[in-house]
Design a protein around this ligand. Structure first.
Ligand code: GDP
Ligand code: IMO
Ligand code: MG
Length: 424
């Protein structure tokens, strides 16, 4: 068996955490491959709600081994808080959580620089977790990696060199106070002892697992249209959430991936700034936010809400090579008499032939909608595809045809049991 990649197909928060938790009972290993604590993956089990930021959502299955891959940027404080929180809930991670030695560390200056860059003219609406500045240092070859924690002398040298440069930048360019070098050196030297036991050569570990016939699930964070290459640049995150990123961010080769699951919300949401053609700034938008409890799992910000965009999704299907889909939050649409679906974009009355990746163009498109009847019945207790009302089945059929996707899993609520598989 090869590896499976699970990606967010829209702008993040599609319900990846819920689906990873659900299907990870069939997997031996779950690994994150990009992003950092900007992610907020919610898993509800019974009356408990867990929001995971860095640790893969497979951690709540006691037999699953979890790996934080080399493509992830790790804030050690956030990681230790998350481990602690899990331990307090009797979920022991020792012996089944590993961190790639090549993952980069988020430093205090990354978080500060993130907030400073958001005070400029172009506001992305970041999560403020230091993600962009950390990836800038990674690609600028100035980053500090998990493996650096193992050599205290070198670590101290690297932190001092970087801080000299960052403090000069903070003081001279931004008139900001410099950061306390000694305090940061002390703080990071201490992480070494705590994090040591989790460090692994993750690519070797993951490939060995596959050699031994184990199954590996690669859990994406964020979503396709937040991808640094394929998203609505510059209103994106600084990594590759799309399926291609799963290979570089984990060390698993493309030839070892055999399926890509796209997680798709039954409507669309976005947090932060940037184009959103089907956004609803009216009562329907407020209803989606209210019924879908659309508030960020990491920052608590209200999410922007809009109708399902089949045109956007067909682009996502192409970029990710999606082989199957888990559709989430279908229950939220139960409250609408009529439901719209975007099937194409127009500019000046002319239909576009391909998805526009330029932000200015995307900002000026007019979505072409088809209107479907709603089903007006609570579906959150449905236990199978056959339980769904005929009008719900029409909706599913319509969005599948227009996006070119095959829906295999349907989610009608946040809990594990509010999910069923579709027989193909
Ligand atoms: P992720 O970042 O993709 O893991 O998604 P988030 O956890 O940020 O946001 C998804 C939210 O929707 C969470 O609060 C989930 O508990 C919730 N959720 C997931 N699936 C469903 C569903 O089918 N119906 C409803 N009503 N809520 C869901
Ligand atoms: P999960 O994994 C939704 C958004 C931010 C901002 C942009 C850049 O829970 O789906 P960053 O802090 O990454 O530099 O912010 O990306 N963003 C997300 N939106 N879900 C996420 O993660 C997100 N992670 C980042 O709101 O617009
Ligand atoms: Mg989220």
């Amino acid at each position: 068996m090869g590896a499976t990649v699970l990606v967010g197909s829209q702008w993040g928060d599609e319900g990846k955490g819920k689906i990873v938790d659900l299907i990870s009972k069939e997997y031996d290993v779950v690994a994150r491959y990009q992003g950092g604590a900007n992610a907020g993956h919610t898993v509800e089990i019974g009356d408990k709600k867990y929001v995971l930021h860095l640790i893969p959502s497979g951690i709540l299955r006691e037999k699953v081994v979890c790996v934080i891959g080399n493509g992830v940027v790790i804030d050690p404080t956030a990681l230790l808080e998350e481990i602690d929180l899990l331990k307090k809930n009797n979920i022991d991670v020792d012996g089944r959580l590993f961190i790639s030695h090549n993952a980069h560390l988020i430093m205090p200056y990354h978080k500060l620089l993130d907030s400073i860059s958001e005070s400029g003219d172009v506001k992305i609406g970041t999560t403020g977790r230091g993600i962009g500045p950390c990836y800038i240092d990674k690609y600028g070859r100035k980053g500090i990696r998990i493996v650096d924690l193992l050599d205290r002398v070198e670590l101290e040298k690297k932190i001092r060199t970087n801080l000299k440069e960052k403090n000069e930048f903070l003081q001279k360019i931004h008139g900001h106070e410099g950061l306390d070098v000694e305090a940061i050196v002390k703080e990071y030297l201490e992480f070494d002892q705590i994090i040591d036991k989790y460090i692994k050569d993750a690519p070797a570990y993951l490939n060995r697992a596959l050699d031994e016939g184990k199954s590996v699930l690669l859990e994406g964070a964020q979503g396709t249209f937040l991808d640094i290459d394929h998203g609505t640049y510059p209103f994106v995150t600084s990594s590759n959430p799309t399926s291609g990123g799963a290979c570089t961010g984990s060390g698993i080769a493309p030839t070892r991936i055999d399926s890509v699951i796209g997680i798709v919300k039954a409507y669309t949401t976005r947090v932060g700034n940037g184009p959103f053609p089907t956004e609803l700034l009216d009562e329907d938008g407020n209803k989606l936010r209210e019924f879908g409890a659309e508030f960020g799992a990491t920052t608590g910000r209200p999410r922007r809400c809009g109708w399902f965009d089949a045109y956007l999704l067909s682009y996502s299907r192409m970029i990710n090579g999606i082989t199957s889909v888990a559709l989430t939050k279908l229950d939220v649409l139960s409250n609408f008499k009529q439901i719209k679906v975007c099937v194409a974009y127009e500019i000046n009355g002319k239909r576009l032939k391909s998805f526009p990746t330029n932000v200015n163009q995307l900002n000026s498109v007019t979505p072409v909608y088809e209107t479907l009847d709603g089903w007006n019945t609570d579906i959150s207790n449905c236990e199978s595809y056959d339980d769904l009302p005929a009008k719900t089945l029409d909706y599913l059929d319509f969005i599948s045809r227009h996006s070119g996707i095959k829906i295999n899993i349907i989610s009608v609520g946040p809990k594990r049991k509010q999910t069923f598989f579709v027989d193909q």
